[in-house]
Design a protein around this ligand. Structure first.
Ligand code: NAD
Length: 479
């Protein structure tokens, strides 16, 4: 039975309802998560408001010292947390380590907060008047996170928000609450004063209570597009600052001059890494001209021999399970629908040897998919790669730009000119050239566009700092 963290104390939830936390490798329950009520959210917000003035006035260097200790604790407990991610999410050990490592990068960034918060000054901005701009915290911030990166996504938000002098209410995904609880526990151990960070477990009602609470100034959300859109609408209607990152359908273009071995390995890891459950997963590969045959053959060979298995004990397999029975069912439904539409199943993950107990579906590659098919239109969020054919780069870019989403797109080519044309013309915010996933790096904003992002300032990088601060401009005259 999980509890909320309020003012540094584990506190029973006032929930009337609980959900099961599953080990997706085995299909067995490992914990129960409360669906936090409005009363739970209110208790967390009260604690966060009580701590705000003291924390906001704490010198940035002192806030950073706590984050340095947190970083050391995360490094020390790295193996333990990675295994926890394997257990409740189903990632392979390498993927779980990557999840935590990327999150640690943001802690590193936040440790530099004294420099990052430095303002601007112009003496004599007018006669005998000096002007300066300084960054202040926005107040109590809230973070609502999805299941697919149990460590990285909470760490996109919490370290930067706290470093900037805000206090925080964190609502993790009820599918992966154990990693979340461990992450906040270690921050308390690092020396965070009571009330600065609070955790409320829950689901839809908990999110609504956050969006409606007058004591919360800003909300960071990451999840699917329909929910992101609604969170943005409801949060901003209630006068809050909101950044809401949504789902995606990411395209990869393979040019005939590409290094085919490199491209095949990169596409494979992009499409099937984390069992396809990444908002940056490559979902559609557009193969241009004579790239079709060499890339298809390589991809087929690699996918057919991929080892799929349980990951909860850190076994070295190629791909783990999807998160739950509903996710497995959804992927299988998309494949069945494609088959009924006459799609060519180059590799059919439903036929892959299936480990017993958990939620498994092997890697699939399909081609001959029509524009109206859900396989091309929707975010499947599972290990399914769709291949499309186009004559040339212009046709491939046009296909990619038909997507309403806008997280990432990648090109494989040896031509600088093709790469440049692609990077400048493709309609999304994160571009890769000859790499698997243009992964979100802490120093840069996670720059989703279109239906993949609602708001103005993205998470991470300089935009993260701007989101969690507001500017005060002071003009001074001394004669
Ligand atoms: P989700 O939208 O179902 O849930 C995200 C969060 O919102 C969870 O905390 C959940 O409890 C809450 N929630 C769910 N339904 C809600 C509702 N109707 N109203 C209010 N709150 C609700 O997402 P998920 O399945 O946990 O995660 C996968 C999705 O997240 C995918 O679409 C993926 O592309 C997206 N994602 C996006 C990014 C990005 O940076 N753009 C990163 C990771 C994941």
């Amino acid at each position: 039975m999980l509890e909320n963290l309020i003012a540094n104390r584990w506190t029973p939830s006032a929930a009337a309802e609980w959900t099961a936390v599953m080990n997706p490798s085995r299909g067995v329950e490992i914990a129960r998560c409360p669906v936090g009520s409005a009363a739970d959210v209110d208790a967390a917000v009260r604690a966060a408001r009580g701590a705000l003035a003291g924390w906001a006035e704490t010198p940035p260097g002192d806030r950073a010292r706590i984050l340095f200790r947190y970083k050391a604790l995360l490094e020390e407990k790295f193996a333990e947390i990675a295994l926890l991610i394997c257990r409740e999410h189903g990632k392979t050990l390498v993927e779980a380590q990557g999840d935590l490592r990327r999150g640690l990068d943001v802690v590193d960034l936040a440790c530099g907060i004294p420099s990052l918060l430095m303002g601007q000054k112009l003496g004599q901005v007018a006669r005998n008047i000096d002007g300066e701009a300084e960054r202040f915290p926005v107040g109590v911030c809230a973070g609502i996170t999805p299941y697919n990166f149990p460590a990285m996504i909470p760490l996109w938000m919490i370290p930067l928000a706290l470093a900037c002098g805000n206090t925080f209410v964190f609502k993790p995904s009820p599918k992966v609450p154990l990693t979340a609880a461990r992450l906040v526990e270690l921050l308390v151990e690092a020396g965070l004063p009571p009330g600065v960070l609070n955790l409320v477990h829950g689901g839809v009602e908990t999110v609504h209570a956050i969006l409606d609470h007058p004591g919360i100034a800003a909300v960071s959300f990451v999840g699917s597009t329909p929910v992101a859109r609604e969170v943005y609408r409801r949060g901003t209607a209630n006068g809050k600052r909101v950044q809401a990152a949504g789902g995606a359908k990411n395209f990869m273009i393979v040019m005939p001059d590409a290094d085919m071995d490199l491209a095949a390995e990169a596409i494979l890891s992009s499409s099937f890494g984390c069992a396809g459950q990444r908002c940056m997963a490559g979902s559609v590969a557009v193969v241009a001209g004579r790239a079709a045959e060499p890339i298809t053959e390589r991809l087929r060979g690699l996918a057919e021999t991929m080892a799929v298995g349980a990951t909860d004990e850190g076994a070295a397999v190629g791909m783990g399970p999807v998160i739950d029975g509903a996710a497995e069912e959804r992927v299988r439904r998309y494949l069945a629908m494609g088959e009924a539409q006459g799609v060519e199943m180059l590799v059919d993950g439903r036929r892959h040897a299936r480990p017993a107990g958990g939620y498994f579906v092997g890697p699939s590659i399909v081609s001959g998919v029509g524009a109206e098919s859900g396989l091309l239109r929707d975010e499947v969020f599972g290990p399914v790669l769709t291949l499309l054919r186009e004559e040339d780069l212009d046709g491939a870019i046009a296909r990619a730009n038909e997507s309403p989403y806008g997280n990432g797109a990648v090109i494989y080519t040896r031509s600088g000119g093709a790469a440049r044309k692609f990077a400048r013309n493709v309609n999304c915010g994160m571009i890769g050239v000859n790499i698997g996933v243009p992964a979100p790096m802490a120093l840069f904003p996670f720059a989703g566009w279109n239906e993949s992002f609602f708001g103005d300032l993205h998470v991470q990088g300089n935009e993260g700092i701007q989101f969690y601060t507001r500017t005060k401009v002071t003009l001074t005259r001394w004669s």
